[in-house]
Write a protein that binds this ligand. Structure first.
Ligand SMILES: [Zn+2]
Ligand SMILES: [Zn+2]
Length: 134
């Protein structure tokens, strides 16, 4: 959760695109834990896509365990996603296997890049795809 970079208002946790593993410190944690979330501003509707990656294989003085990436998402792109999100039974569950979630996950993993602009496009079947442009 955070503060909107555009207008300074609070953001709402809108959709978990992906989650893998068990959080560090929780029973069953095995080295890695990751998630990809979309937060949306309650006032202006601008979004931010956030990816968290934890890996405690190496000692902490060698490599940071936790990595965070963030990409701003425009109001128009958020609205494009909202329009098809009604097809998902559980937007905040990263393990959801509905077509909307599967499409978002596949496009995220295929094209994610750190210093890029994240956009959300719709396929011919009206499924959302993340597109990172550098
Ligand atoms: Zn805002
Ligand atoms: Zn879903």
């Amino acid at each position: 959760m955070g503060i909107c970079a555009t207008c300074g208002s609070d953001q709402e946790y809108r959709i978990q695109i992906d989650e893998g593993g068990v959080p560090h410190g929780s029973p069953g944690h095995q080295i890695t834990y990751r998630w990809t979330n979309l937060y949306v501003c309650l006032r202006c509707g601008a979004g931010v896509l956030a990816h968290f990656d934890h890996d405690c294989f190496a000692p902490p003085y060698d490599e940071p365990w936790d990595m965070n990436w963030r990409w701003p998402v425009t109001v128009q792109d958020v609205q494009r996603l909202e329009a098809v999100l009604t097809r998902c039974p559980d937007p905040t569950r990263g393990a959801c296997v509905c077509p909307v979630h599967r499409s978002l996950r596949a496009s995220d993993q295929a094209s994610r890049a750190p210093d890029a602009t994240a956009t959300i496009l719709l396929t011919e079947d009206e499924l959302p795809e993340l597109c990172f442009r550098t």
